[in-house]
Design a protein around this ligand. Structure first.
Ligand code: C5P
Length: 415
């Protein structure tokens, strides 16, 4: 279930071509279980109709402070009193200027000023031409709006409706939903640095062929998203996967196990947590041919010899920082049978405090999974759930474990 379920969101639209994305945004928010009350500026009505926004939000839209539907004639007060958050998407350069000045000429600006600031946060998804975005007046106004309590979600970069390319596009609706979900998630890992490996590795045979496996990377990406939502600074070292980077996560793409080890060794130095979800190839071809290996007509297949790959998790778990308790290491194990037995043995072999077992064929490529947590006290089963939900549960579990390690360190028990 999304953290947005049951939340009451005021979705404010100011004028801009990105209004066309606001319909999709309203749809995603209602799908996540939120109640969405749309409020539109007069300029926004030039870009999308209140009828469309009413249809996708399931509620009558407000466009005017003179709206006669409110018995007390005070929509600017009534609307914000039941809200959990106000989100302005798209937020135009002009609307940012209005916010900076606290202008109340239209219902939308009036609502922002009249909201109870301590209860109803104001989030902005700016959208405008790149020159308008870069203009010092826009940046000055935004800084003022932020100083007055608004939160800017930032802008995207790329092609713009005007034909130019650069910063200023509104974030995509799915990205805004991710930002909102992060906003409402308790910061259980606030300030912690988390390093995660995900996906398969690709071990080259020649420039066009290689050995890989069916890991989709979904579990690692879900964990990265959950850790970031919980306030962690997340670095994700990803093998070749076709997944979008979760917002706010630093992603490093790698191919082989050796590349992955190099990236991990570099980024693990200041990490507090290392989670190895990657399905690293156990072996690699001893040499990768410089050119494509051709059939020679003899009918004989080429003979490949293999070298064992480094064990990234075991290497990190044996490091000085991990042994001193400064780095908490978590491994994953995908097994096909006797999960508990193999997972327990693997935890000891890898030298990690926590190992998460799952059944390989039941998880690879799937959106959900069932987990078995193995630590020094025994095993615990987590029933089947979406990887998104399991990511959240694992983050909560990690935060408990880090807190216990901290408490034990302060009482002299070591981590
Ligand atoms: O492949 P295996 O079952 O040994 O994987 C168990 C754990 O070890 C996983 O967390 C995986 O990411 C990690 N691993 C690794 N480097 C390897 C092999 C596995 O980090 N070469």
């Amino acid at each position: 279930m999304s953290v947005l379920s049951g939340k009451h969101i005021i979705l404010g639209l100011s004028g801009g071509v990105a209004c066309y994305k606001a319909a999709e945004l309203a749809r995603l928010l209602t799908k996540a279980g939120a109640a969405v009350q749309v409020v539109m500026s007069e300029a926004a009505e030039h870009f999308i109709t209140p009828t469309t926004m009413q249809a996708v939000s399931g509620r009558a839209v407000y466009t005017s402070q003179w709206d006669g539907r409110e018995a007390n004639a005070m929509p600017h007060i009534n609307l914000s009193r039941e809200a959990d958050v106000m989100l302005i998407a798209p937020c135009s350069a002009d609307f940012i200027a209005q916010l900076a000045q606290g202008r109340c000429t239209e219902l939308l600006g009036l609502l922002c000023v009249a909201r109870p600031m301590d209860k109803v946060p104001l989030l902005l998804a700016p959208a405008m031409n790149r020159e308008m975005w870069a203009h010092p007046a826009t940046q000055r106004n935004l800084a003022q709006a932020v100083a007055d309590g608004a939160v800017s979600l930032g802008v995207g970069c790329g092609a713009q409706a005007c034909g130019e390319t650069g910063d200023g596009r509104m974030l995509e609706p799915a990205e805004i939903v991710q930002e909102l979900e992060a906003f409402f998630t308790p910061k259980l890992l606030g300030g912690e640095r988390v390093l995660i490996t995900a996906g398969p590795t690709f071990e080259a045979i020649d420039p066009v062929r290689g050995i890989t496996n069916r890991s989709s990377g979904k579990m690692g990406f879900a964990l990265a998203l959950a850790a970031r939502e919980a306030g962690a600074e997340v670095t994700l070292v990803a093998g070749p996967v076709a997944l979008p980077t979760p917002r706010g996560v630093t992603r490093i793409d790698v191919q082989s196990a050796q590349d992955m080890l190099r990236a991990v060794e570099h980024h693990v130095r200041d990490a507090r947590v290392f989670i190895a979800t990657a399905a690293v190839a156990d072996w690699r071809p001893a040499t990768a041919a410089a050119h494509k290996i051709k059939k020679d007509g003899s009918g004989r297949a080429p003979q490949l010899s293999f070298l064992e790959n480094p064990d990234i998790l075991a290497t990190v778990a044996a490091s000085e920082r991990a042994r001193r308790g400064e780095l908490y290491c978590v491994g994953f194990a995908a097994e096909s049978d006797r999960l508990a037995e193999h997972a327990k043995a693997k935890r000891e072999r890898k030298g990690v405090p926590l190992l998460v077992g799952n059944v390989g064929p039941a998880t690879f490529g799937q959106d959900d999974n069932a987990l078995l947590l193995v630590d020094e006290t025994g095993t615990r089963e987590w029933p089947r759930a979406s990887k998104r939900e399991l990511g959240r549960q694992l983050v909560a579990e990690l935060s408990r474990r880090l807190a216990a390690a901290r408490a034990s360190a302060t009482t002299g028990g070591g981590a």
